[in-house]
Design a protein around this ligand. Sequence first.
Ligand code: FAD
Length: 493
Amino acid sequence: MAAAAVRARSLVVGGGIAGVTCAEQLSLQFPDDVIYLLTAAPLVKAVTNVRQVSRALEEFDVEEQTSAALQSQFPNIRVVHSALKELKADQQVVVTEDGTCYQYDQLCVCTGARPRLIVEGNPYVLGIRDTDSARTFQQHLTRARRVMVVGNGGIALELVYEMEGCEVIWAIKDKSIGNTFFDAGAAEFLIPQLKSEKPPTSLTCKRMKYTTEGGSGQQDGGIGSALGPDWHEGIDLKAAQEILRSVHIEAECEVHRILLHQEFKGLKISALSVPGSEKDGATSDPADWPVYAELTNGRIYGCDIIISATGVVPNVEPFIGGNNFDLGEDGGLCVDDHMRTSVKNVYAAGDVCTAGWPPSPHWQQMRLWTQARQMGCYAAKCMTAERQGETVQMDFCFELFTHVTKFFNYKVILLGKYNAQGLGADHELLLRCTPGREYVKVVLHGGRMMGAVLIGDTDLEETFENLILNGMDLSAYGEDLLDPNIDIEDYFD
Ligand code: FAD
């Protein structure tokens, strides 16, 4: 161990929501300690204005702050702006890029995740992760005639809806759009929004809000925190052309290969034009493009830029070399029900970790803003309990999966096993859909409500949350559950 190691009883790595929440909680628990927060980016994320919508659903604002602002609010937090380079777990020491060593009693790893790119090192293939990458994309977009979006999760959904002034080709590996969050029915409900003009102002919608102070970005090329809800607000996603929204979906395919302009020309093959509304587009495209994507369905499209939105990869690299971490199937640091990794005195929270405990029947891990906060907070509680020789109960938030967001300008609430995840074939679905207004889906298993998708202003979230949590047998109610003429809140009062 280096002689000059800084002694840090509690050390948190990562200035995103998970790391900052963890450091804040530790700071409150141990007011006489210095809590070290190492982070690669100059700004940190802070949760403000937490509002409890129901027992399990909460909304909050997120602000990007300077470390000075965080330290003035929590005077015993010391933010160190230097990336962690190496963990020597056998010595309980970390080494930062500037060569400083920190010896910890307890370490919490909150280094987040980065986009999984369909191909690395291609200047025309971008991933969106932080303020910097969102701005790089915006610069490309100002000159773009056509953009290909690859992926079917939340980022792809938001991007496709928000982009204007260019043709968009959306390549998804599933049968229907938004598969991470929706089923085919919900996708059908949303698709008309892609074909209509975007309303000039947003519909009123309760949701988490992402704000930045002073229009900041990462000035020094560090690894920034992941963006979050409303990340595209304040970023103009308008391309150069005066054309109406034009989105073409290529379903059940992936990108087979990407060709730069010269490679494409050398192969003497042809690309397709984007199918128009009136005719299928099996016509070849005479335009020149800087990059071409060949899809696994054999179609080739040229475009100006390709956005790779195909999920994330946990940032575990500086930790795993020489240390004996168990990794989850998705490459995250596997944690138990006390947020402990397999390495002694090392905890992990947020996007970097994989929940390794047997989950409650209504919860699943998803790399989302809310879970980063919940895990950061719970990790701090577990670290505190361990230090004080106490026991801690698992937080209630891990009982029920909840997510509030907005897609295609609709308020969207997801509860529990909203897509019947892991329920097998014997589940039932109840649906209520008013085109253009609301889409409600309830997932039942053995007569009990296991999950729900609420799109639009349904006001059903609190009642459904209770029905899921209390496990009541609803078999007798049948379709009355979704009868719009029955006040369901009164019904179950
Ligand atoms: P991060 O926020 O990624 O923070 C990681 C921190 O670790 C950063 O401060 C980074 O600088 C630091 N770091 C990394 N490596 C090192 C190192 N070696 N040494 C020191 N520090 C390091 N979630 C939602 O709930 N709703 C949404 O609508 C939504 N939209 C999104 C849109 C986009 C474009 C993206 C990219 C993500 C979105 N998410 C959304 C996901 C959400 O942003 C993340 O789940 C959440 O921010 C994860 O928080 P975290 O603290 O675990 O990690």
